[in-house]
Design a protein around this ligand. Structure first.
Ligand code: ADP
Ligand code: MG
Length: 492
């Protein structure tokens, strides 16, 4: 895949500081945008996802870009389109959206043959991720051996995700200690090791650290790391090519198997079944299995009971949300890695304001550094607030259902207790419906959760309320105005 995009490799690789006023053609603007993004997401992601993008057109505030596979399209759309739009809008002209289209190119290199074969079959697009070039394969690991089967199905390891770069605090010390133990112990201390925690709190970082550490200290051990998603694609591919025997052999020949984000296979029965057998086979042979998920084994929905209970047999280590001190520590270490002198008050500001997850925190820091490096914007609180207004807003906009109920009750002049009561009079039922609607819109709570907060109502009642208010907004101007007013009051 890299060869087919040789041209853009040359172009976007320029590291010259850019002067935005000179960026006239859309190609130039794209290069500038890509450069800024590169600072935010790092070289590996940049190489894999941004470099292969071609720029198509800019029409009526819609920027059209193209990639060569459906998988690339999905990934770029969900992970980068929004940032591309934001950076472009901030630096050049406002964009309303970034559209990603697929433009298949004739593959030229023979090495593309396998990836193309998988790509053509439609469901195996996961396999079309470009292999990371050797020079990016991370900390001093012997690279002389040819890619084995295992390396070919392994997901790429991020060279930055090592134990050295992992900052330990109260919230992650158990998970970190367990990961170290598993990485350094020649035998199997607990099986499986199950790491769980919210998004962006370091699960993948710890798993990659284990892989790097074993590759360095015990290179004879076969380590296989992959996302649960990729495990499923491999399995489907094996089924399709009637090759499940070698699939089984491959997976069962490893010393250490790591499956990231296992919640992905919830509800996917045959994948779970296969995973369960692989898992048992490995544990029975005393091979190490390491799993990550966003929830504890007992809270994983859609996972069969016998698998769920088996997952909890070894050590279950959770990662809690970060504390202010840990966030500050991470920022300091990151600034040091980048060799940047960043004023202490900015780091403190970021650690204070961006508490949701470490990925966002890093993204924020990268954005500030990129803008200072590339266009010489001064590093101070004012610039920081300006550059990060979207992120800061998102972090502040954590409205609770209770806030919504209070505001809505005030607005319609009803009692707060009416939000929970069984009274059905229109004068209280309508405000209650509006509050349910706003809870769905402004919080991440599920319908059943919302129902519970409104006096233990059923989720279908909430769904009905949401639909009803949606209709009313279309047909009744005053309701539309009320909702708009409340939304703004709650989001400011
Ligand atoms: P998860 O897999 O839990 O969603 P990741 O492991 O991908 O989260 O972490 C998100 C980002 O935050 C990564 O860039 C990672 O390096 C960073 N990160 C998370 N926790 C720490 C930590 N304790 N020290 C340093 N970096 C961290
Ligand atoms: Mg992860």
């Amino acid at each position: 895949m890299l060869e087919t995009h040789g041209q853009s490799v040359q172009k976007t690789h320029s590291e010259q500081p850019v002067s935005f006023s000179n960026a006239s053609s859309i190609e130039d603007k794209w290069q500038n945008t890509a450069n800024l993004l590169r600072h935010e997401i790092g070289d590996t992601a940049y190489r894999n996802w941004i470099l292969p993008i071609s720029i198509r057109s800019l029409k009526e505030n819609v920027l059209e870009i193209s990639v060569s596979t459906r998988f690339m399209k999905d990934w770029v759309s969900s992970h980068y389109a929004d940032r591309i739009r934001a950076i472009w809008s901030q630096s050049f002209s406002p964009l309303s959206s970034v559209e990603v289209i697929i433009e298949t190119k004739k593959a030229s290199a023979a090495s593309d043959e396998t990836t193309n074969k998988m790509r053509d079959d439609g469901s195996n697009t996961m396999s079309s991720i470009a292999p990371i070039p050797e020079t990016h394969k991370g900390p001093s690991v012997n690279q002389n051996t040819a890619l084995s089967d295992i390396d070919a199905i392994s997901s790429p390891l991020d060279p930055r995700f090592t134990f050295d770069n992992f900052i330990v605090g109260k919230s992650n010390e158990l998970a970190h200690a367990a990961a170290r133990r598993v990485a350094e112990n020649p035998t199997v201390p607990f099986n499986p090791l199950f790491l769980y925690g919210g998004v962006g709190l370091g699960k993948t970082h710890l798993m990659h650290s284990i892989a790097w550490s074993i590759k360095q200290h015990a290179p004879q051990r076969k380590v296989l790391y992959l996302s649960a998603e990729k495990f499923m694609y491999q399995f489907i591919k094996a089924l399709r090519f009637r090759d499940t025997v070698s699939f089984k052999e491959q997976f069962r020949s490893v010393d250490v198997l790591m499956i990231d984000d296992v919640q992905f296979i919830s509800g996917k029965e045959s994948t779970q079944e296969e995973f369960f057998h692989t898992f048992n086979a490995l544990v029975d042979q005393n091979r190490q299995v390491i799993i990550s998920a966003d929830k504890s084994p007992s809270d994983l929905d859609g996972i069969e009971e016998r698998l769920r209970s088996r997952l909890g047999w070894g050590l279950v280590a959770d990662i809690h949300p970060t504390s202010y001190e840990l966030r500050l520590g991470i920022l300091e270490s990151k600034a040091q890695q980048m060799n940047k002198n960043i004023p202490e008050d900015i780091l403190a500001f970021l650690a204070h304001k961006i508490s949701s997850n470490v990925r966002e925190l890093e993204g924020a820091l990268n954005r500030i550094v990129a803008h200072s490096d590339l266009i010489g914007r001064p590093m101070n609180i004012e610039t920081t607030q300006d550059l990060l207004h979207d992120l800061l807003r998102a972090n502040e906009r954590r409205v609770t259902i209770e806030d919504i109920q209070r505001k809505v009750a005030e607005h319609f002049n009803v009692r707060l207790s009416d939000m929970h009561s069984v009274r059905r009079a229109r004068s209280v039922a309508r405000p209650r419906q509006v509050a349910m609607y706003l809870s769905k819109q402004l919080t991440t709570h599920s319908l059943p959760e919302i129902g519970r907060k409104f006096g233990g109502r059923d989720h279908t009642t909430v769904m009905h309320a949401v639909r009803r208010v949606e209709e009313l907004i279309q047909t009744k101007l005053e309701i539309a105005e009320d909702v708009d007013l409340l939304k703004r009051a709650l989001s400011s």
